[in-house]
Design a binder for this molecule. Structure first.
Ligand code: ARG
Length: 406
């Protein structure tokens, strides 16, 4: 029996029923929470008496995933069914339209908290490795050509910057998801005098149809995955025999089924690939909402597919990369030898000439001519390994740790 069998009495064709049903078990927990809030509001309005509110709260607390049945159109109808007699009263002043929006907002809020904890832990793991290798020289690249010397600490701090921006994004998304559509009912509010929820959204038509918070979340996930993908690509390159900058830990590397000597960076490769689906989900939901007339449309049921998958991929990718990073071996000698390539000091030599008064373009041409004629000689003194002196790598790591802990 559907919630709308009062209007449509003939049974649906089975293939239509299975097409319409929502794959929304992930929302159950959040819809229970939203229903509890609604029950309390109905009680405050005198629509549920004390006994009915207690019965509703008790029944809600007992609901689990095992209670869902194939005959439920979605978790909202399942909850109404499972609440029994009080379930027949609970839908006063609300609709599945404000209900699903409320549940998804709670879901996204939780997903942001989860992503924040995972990304912060990964960034702290990266910082630990950065501290160990704060001053280990390595070549810095542009165009994947050796450019100027940096240190491993300096490089890993760049990863942390990316991750910190992702953390900031998740915090903005959590805030944008925190408004409540409850009270909007189907689209136009209700004639029942039910007290408004905290942070009630201003416009009921917008409240039931807005999925910007889900899009913001998918964008935050896509951005995170694009950063993880860039980091992964560096791990793939660095672990190749040609570079040999890092050795993959056995806890996070795979062998070849055919070639006995191989240690493959499958973790980094899969993490690199996840950015594709993450971006696809953002574009996918944008395409779902584009052109939708106000207010609710069933198209919006598709939002959950994207959001659920995004949460799962963030959790698994960040955890696997963190395990890799924690035990990644850096080949300090090989890194230092590569960073010791005298040509990486060409810019420093040009800057030395600038310090003695030569225009930079003249200095550039002079040094370039030396390089071309293979007569370039790098000076002996050690180049400062970080923009403002070697000690600042340690300072930057301490500062980043303070931001992440704080
Ligand atoms: N399962 C639906 C969804 O996910 C809930 C809302 C259904 N509303 C409706 N008017 N049919 O969007």
């Amino acid at each position: 029996m559907t919630l709308w069998s009062g209007r449509v009495t003939r049974g649906l064709a089975p293939e239509v029923w299975s097409f319409l049903r929502a794959h929304d078990a992930g929302l159950l927990h959040y819809d229970i929470e939203g229903t509890r809030t609604h029950a309390r509001r109905l009680h405050a309005a005198g629509i549920l008496d004390d006994g009915e509110l207690a019965a509703a709260e008790e029944a809600l607390a007992a609901i689990s995933l095992d209670d869902l049945e194939p005959g439920d159109e979605d978790v909202h109808s399942a909850i109404e069914r499972l609440l029994g007699a009080v379930g027949r009263k609970i839908q006063a002043g609300r609709s599945r339209n404000d209900q699903v929006a409320a549940a998804l907002r709670l879901y996204v809020g939780d997903a942001c908290v989860e992503a924040t904890a995972a990304v912060r832990a990964l960034a702290l793991d990266v910082l630990v490795r950065g501290k160990e290798h704060a001053l280990t020289p390595m070549p810095g690249y542009t165009h994947l050509q050796r450019a100027q010397p940096v240190t491993v600490g300096h490089h890993l701090l760049a990863w942390v910057e990316m991750l910190e921006r992702d953390l900031a994004r998740f915090s903005v998304v959590a805030d944008s998801a925190a408004g409540s559509p409850l009270g909007a009912a189907a689209l136009a509010g209700s004639t029942l005098a039910i007290p408004p929820p905290d942070r009630q959204l201003r416009n009921s038509l917008d409240a039931v149809s807005d999925r910007d918070f889900a899009l913001d979340y998918l964008y935050a996930c896509a951005s995170l995955h694009s950063h993880l993908s860039r980091i992964s690509e560096e791990l793939v390159i660095w672990s190749s025999t040609e570079f040999g900058f890092v050795v993959l830990p056995e806890a996070a590397a795979t062998g070849s089924s055919l070639m006995p000597q191989k240690l493959n960076p499958d973790v980094a490769e899969l993490a690199r690939a996840k950015a594709g689906a993450a971006t696809g989900r953002l574009v996918g939901l944008l395409m779902v909402v584009k052109g939708l007339p106000l207010a609710y449309n069933r198209d919006l049921q598709e939002d959950k597919t994207f959001v659920f998958a995004a949460r799962a991929d963030v959790a698994s990718t960040v955890a696997a990369l963190a395990a890799l990073v924690r035990e990644l071996g850096f080949d300090s000698e090989r890194l230092a030898a590569a960073a010791g390539d005298p040509l990486l000091r060409a810019t420093d030599v040009a800057e030395e000439l600038v310090r003695s008064g030569m225009p930079f373009r003249d200095a550039h041409e002079l040094v370039a001519a030396d390089v071309r004629e293979e007569s370039f000689v790098a000076p002996d003194e050690v180049r400062p390994l970080f923009t403002s002196g070697p000690s600042s790598v340690h300072e930057a790591i301490a500062a980043a740790r303070g931001r992440l802990d704080g």
